[in-house]
Design a protein around this ligand. Structure first.
Ligand code: OFO
Length: 170
């Protein structure tokens, strides 16, 4: 059993996770339209990850006897100047999500809700990885600069990303 305030905050986070899936799907679609197949693939995998995050929050709310109330999702942007701009936007978005998760954890503490706090620990670690993944690609893209063959090689590398479902499905 969780408080109404906690349930509302977790429902808000479901909207955030769905928006994450939405913006990455938009990035994937844009990358496809400009011939960056590897970038498109990378963001498509990212979309799948975000849907597993959504699922985790939904399952947790249900396990606590709370209803999932889906909210409207804002329209994401649909064009970017370059692959670098896309990954920088992805990193900024992940930093925002990290802040949301930290705020949820603080709220759980305020509510003396240990179960939710423990549930959120997985997301706190996951966010470190999410930010790191985007930063890694940003560094590579900055190194390549405007070198077409460098960008081509990065695109090929990004095409190798594999979707790994989370080990637990709390
Ligand atoms: Fe990208 O971690 Fe969820 O939103």
């Amino acid at each position: 059993m969780i408080t109404d305030k906690m349930a509302q905050a977790l429902n808000d986070q479901i909207r955030e996770e769905l928006y994450s899936a939405y913006i990455y799907l938009s990035m994937s679609s844009y990358a496809t339209s400009v011939g960056m197949a590897g970038v498109a693939h990378w963001f498509r995998i990212q979309t799948q990850e975000e849907l597993t995050h959504t699922d985790k929050f939904c399952n947790y709310l249900n396990s606590q006897g709370s209803q999932v109330i889906l909210q409207a999702i804002e329209q994401p942007p649909c064009t970017w100047e370059s692959a670098l701009e896309m990954f920088e936007a992805a990193l900024a978005h992940e930093q925002h999500i990290s802040q949301c998760i930290h705020d949820l954890s603080l709220l759980a503490e305020d509510e003396k809700d240990r179960a939710t706090d423990i549930f959120l620990q997985w997301f706190i670690s996951e966010q470190v990885e999410e930010e790191e993944n985007a930063k890694e690609v940003i560094d590579q893209l900055k190194l390549a600069g405007s070198d077409g063959s460098g960008l081509f090689m990065i695109d090929r590398e990004l095409a190798k990303r594999v979707f790994t479902p989370p080990a637990t499905n709390a």
